[in-house]
Design a protein around this ligand. Structure first.
Ligand code: GLU
Length: 484
């Protein structure tokens, strides 16, 4: 059975670039009816925080991802937090020492740094010179009795490591250029390489799907798999995501963490769809799809070798599509908190006029790409219109005045203002003033909303109701009179 894992380090909020790795692992597991495992790589005690782990689990669930094994759901190969597996790493490390494939290194961080600097100055690669590999017994005893702390290093054999990456093809590394690397730090915690190889072995991981930034770590891991007498998994290194300026994606490019996107009110299905487009595409280039549409055809080998570029505008477009299509009941439920926070509707759910709210949301949903934008779109229905000086000036022109007064006179003859009635009124105003198109509806739009853009005028009038429409036009007419 195919087994893949997503192995984040909980040192910050889950970012779109990293979440994308989770998405492709999950997709691959689904495609091959395998297991998707969540493992938390929290051995960097200084930087790892529990709150980040809780948040990332919540964010992944929000995106719709589920896993068969993980810290929150358990499983046969746990624990799934590396900080709870220290005894496992320690036992294996002791075994490596006994087998003579690892050794204690007494070089201090200062000495290592000094040698790195010298190597740099003399143009040599800054790798470890393996000097503790060949310590004599007398030297070892001297270090031991002096109480010096030590790390444990793995003896890197002088060989070529070759593997077939599912995306990148054959990759080869000459290990004679690599120094012996640390597998256990002096504080008894495992190095990243060691913990990954041990866990991937014990968790029977068959495919390692991760970012290209880990490609150069893979030969170290392969050597460790050999030492663990485990057939290495298959590797697929995904290209990374860049900003438009071709530097690694970050907040600077307008990309947010998953939890921030969530707070802004992006729909999870839109964000998920967008992440699947980063480095992968359907043959027909169709951009809007759900996992169900691609599950039978997704091939990891067809993923792009070159970096994908994050495009906030495309994400907004896609997200807007999902908002347009989602069930109105769901849209209403999801929008309520935003409207409550803005103070537009009651915090007491029983006092909310849901049917009116639905009409409002349906009228504005095509103008937004995330739910927090609702507030700026609907304020025209909940607040008095703010009219700018330039609009007063525009509406004070003779044509605007004649349109607004004709419109107002016609409103006075009515008791209600349904979309159809509104369209009729508009026709009448058009006939009487001989103005049509933008020239006709812009003064009315600005007088009713204070804005030049927004939902269809007939739905605005319908939602506001005849009395509010009258009041807003009256206010405008008198303002413009004063302006003159
Ligand atoms: N903890 C590593 C990271 O967050 C993952 C390493 C791996 O997937 O092997 O980059």
């Amino acid at each position: 059975m195919i087994r893949v894992r997503f192995a984040p380090s909980p040192t910050g909020l889950l970012h779109i670039g990293n979440a994308r790795m989770a998405v492709f692992n999950w997709l691959f597991a689904k495609r091959h009816k395998g297991a998707f495992i969540l493992r938390i790589e929290d051995t960097d005690v200084a930087r790892s925080e529990k709150r980040f782990m809780t948040q990332l689990i919540e964010d992944l669930h929000w995106l719709g991802l589920t896993w068969q094994e993980g810290p929150d759901v358990g499983g046969q190969h746990g624990p799934y937090l590396q900080s709870e597996r220290l005894h496992i790493y320690n036992d294996i490390c002791q075994k490596f020492l006994k087998e003579g494939i690892a050794y204690r290194c007494y070089c201090t961080p200062e000495e290592l740094e000094e040698r790195r600097q010298i190597a740099k100055l003399t143009g040599k690669p800054p790798r470890y010179d393996n000097r503790c590999r060949t310590l004599t017994d007398t030297q070892k005893n001297a270090f031991e009795t002096s109480g010096l702390s030590f790390t444990i290093r793995f003896k890197v054999p002088d060989e070529l490591v070759t593997f077939d990456d599912l995306i990148r093809g054959t990759c080869q590394f000459d290990m004679s250029l690599t120094g012996d690397f640390v597998i256990m730090r002096s504080d008894g915690t495992p190095s990243f390489h060691f913990a990954v190889a041990v866990d991937d072995t014990l968790m029977n991981i068959t495919h390692v799907i991760r970012g290209e930034d880990h490609l150069s770590n893979t030969p170290n891991h392969i050597l460790l798999f050999h030492a663990l007498k485990q057939k290495p998994p298959q590797f697929a290194h995904l290209s990374l995501t860049m900003g438009a300026d071709r530097t690694l994606l970050s907040k600077r490019h307008g990309a947010f963490s998953i939890s921030e996107y969530r707070k802004l009110g992006y729909l999870p299905e839109g964000l998920l769809n967008y992440m699947m487009l980063l480095g992968w595409s359907l043959k027909d280039k169709k951009e809007k799809f759900m996992i169900g549409d691609i599950i039978d055809t997704f091939e990891i080998s067809s993923m792009s070798k070159s970096a994908s570029v994050f495009d906030q505008q495309k994400l907004d477009w896609l997200s807007g599509q999902y908002i347009r299509e989602t069930d109105l009941e769901r849209l209403t439920n999801l929008s309520i908190p935003y409207l409550q926070t803005a103070g537009f509707i009651s915090t007491d759910e029983t006092k909310i006029d849901r049917s009116k709210l639905k009409i409002i949301l349906d009228a504005i949903r095509s103008n937004i790409s995330c739910l927090s934008q609702i507030v700026r779109e609907v304020d025209i229905f909940f607040k008095d219109v703010v009219i700018s000086d330039s609009h007063v000036e525009f509406l004070s022109s003779e044509t605007s005045q004649s349109i607004l007064s004709t419109f107002y006179i016609n409103l006075q003859k009515l008791n209600t203002l349904s979309p159809d009635i509104f369209k009729e009124v508009l026709k009448t105003v058009q006939k009487e003033t001989k103005v049509n198109g933008k020239g006709l509806y812009m003064p009315i739009r600005i007088a009713l909303t204070g804005r030049e853009h927004g939902p269809e005028l007939y739905s605005i009038a319908n939602i506001l109701g005849i009395n509010t429409c009258r009041k807003r036009i009256e206010r405008f007419l008198s303002m413009c009179r004063n302006f003159k």
